[in-house]
Design a protein. Sequence first.
Length: 267
Amino acid sequence: MRLMRVAANGTHINYRVDGKEGAPWLTFSNSLCTDLGMWEPQVAAFGSDYRILRYDTRGHGGSDVPPGPYDPAMMAADVVGLWDALGIERSHFVGLSMGGVIALSLLLDHAPRVASIAVCDSRANSHPIHMERWAARNTGAIEQGMGWLADDFTGHWFTPAAHAAKDPWIAKVRKMVEATKLEGYLAGVNVVTSVDYRPRLTELDGNKVLFLAGAQDIGDFPDQARAMHMAVPGSQCVLIEGAAHLCNLEKADQFNAAIRAHLARYN
């Protein structure tokens, strides 16, 4: 296992490599205000069959926090730069929320480098009501700090059942949000609010795509997964029952089974 930083696309990216030497590459991309630690259950599940790359998106975790705003194309270019630095010619890619936006950008603009993508709890576009919610969150984070934002995010990133059961991942994710620099959060918000890939969805090779969401994710994430699936012939769609936004943590077994079935198409 290695934990390192490398220059990529004009910034320095923190990354970790685990798993089987010589196996196909499988890259995981974090959500806004988390870090590569959110993928620990997936490393345990896939490490015996894949060479796993996790990284902190710019502005997050141990990566640099260059001035914002950031955008999907920039974030995808970071991934390609990271792959180049590590000698990775082609990789599967799993992204959740902001990471899902990056997955779409990668397959649209860097298709030869991408073996497949899983777009998890993400959107092809943001609506005006989403902009209003993000504006309120930004104000709260600026005025009250990242602890306030941690309350907001963890409150709906996990189901009420997970909160009642005191799922240990809630506290771990809270620490990730609190550790995120305000500047990185604000710059990263633009990635999820500026996206509108609806006109380009038909360009995607559906045979490479899984759309996935927690069935109890708030807002329109499940509906967006279904809508993107309908717009991309050949794609797959899976909803994880009993899970909200961070379904890879709340229902790791079901999430891993869905990803494994997706990856089995390419064996």
